[in-house]
Write a protein that binds this ligand. Sequence first.
Ligand code: SF4
Length: 470
Amino acid sequence: MNGRHANGEDEDEQCPLITSGNDTDSGTLIMQHSHDNLWMLSHTGYKRLIEVRRTGIDPTYLDSRLAVIERFGMATVMHESDTEALSLAGFIQPVAPGTDDDAVRQKYQRNPLENVSRINYEITTRCNFTCMHCRNGGTAELTDTNIAGLTETGRVFLNLGIRRFDFIGGEVSKYGNGWLKLSNQLHAIDKGSDWPEPLAVTLYTNGWWLEHTDIQAAGNHYPTEADYLADLKSNGVTHILFSIDGQEALHDKWRKHPGLFQRVLAGLPRVIESGLKPRLSLVVRPDEDISLNYLKPFADAIYGVSVDSMDKLRSDPFNHFSHLIDVGRASDMRCGKVPLTHLPANLIRCKAFFRPAPTLRIMANGEIGICPLMHGEEGYGNIHRRPLVDLLNTMHETPLYRLHASGEIEYRLKELDREAFGKRFDHVCAVRIALNRLALAEKGMYVGSIAKSYHAQATSAEKLFDDISR
Ligand code: SF4
């Protein structure tokens, strides 16, 4: 039997499972017949290898060891120092007895980290606004102040080639004490690395501090807005994403802050002046004109006045577009457009839960998450209880991953309490979240009240639907 590459093609080298252990040395590696002392790449090891190849950076000595193991699927690492260094980095793991070559290849091909390219640091769930549509509505207020612990997670992600870190909140700029230190540390750790893409650190904000003086922001005091912007810049922030929810009247109404839309627009040149890049985090409603032409003044301010500034805004990955989804406080806005009985079960399964792209989240309570609509005990593990590398390397064993990877979630639709949730919904993700919580609660992993998490009551949803259809 010949060995195979991860893409399934045969290759000339003999399979390590049938090569005898004596001196078929491939540098420092010996391939052998039994499973004793056999190692394979972990998810993080394989991710590192993918990114080294994708970016074309010079592989380190250990990267070359990873490449050899990947080539043969599994291998015995001969030099003790290699084994030690690779397993210390979490890049290799022992092969479980009974694991065959196909299982190893399949694991490489299904690496949950493969498409992850951004990390969201939530830092805090606290916010100084109570926006009408906030998906975080009802979330417990907490802030992660363990900046040293978060810095270590940053070290792991940087080593895996992650180049973008988003600080999202809550309102991090107001309550995320220590977040700027973390931003600073990410750059310090990254210094001297040869990843070709520059490191990006973004701040998502509602813009409360624009035009303010005596700004109290995340534990610091700034006499002026310019001082605040200068400090963001000096701590390595590269982009500021301002939330915009729709046209002026709607934005200011949903945010409950008259004049905010214009303050954000007027503030963009000052952000540019400070050396930072302003961008937008946009909520797009289902009934909205998808041209989003009301954003043209923002596009002109950000990219310069031109006929194609809106194209630039739409195609720039640093602008964030998200749908209005009827969860959290937005569930009170539910119109109930779709009856639950019309929802095909196969739409419930969401690939993001087992092939996250592009974002992984570290929530304020230390939980690793994927879906921005899920809070609290999401089911991928907690960085305050286990090392991040362990969590990343066992993601495929976790409840939420399995729930969606196996398709089990589809069979849970019939378990939804239709009195509490309502018989209609607007966006399929609202149903997905409800079913996830139901499944996690069964496993003792969702700590909130399921019925409360649905938020909207059947009666109000149906009344709204009736009102709209009249
Ligand atoms: S459930 Fe919806 S919002 Fe959550 S990860 Fe899947 S697609 Fe995204």
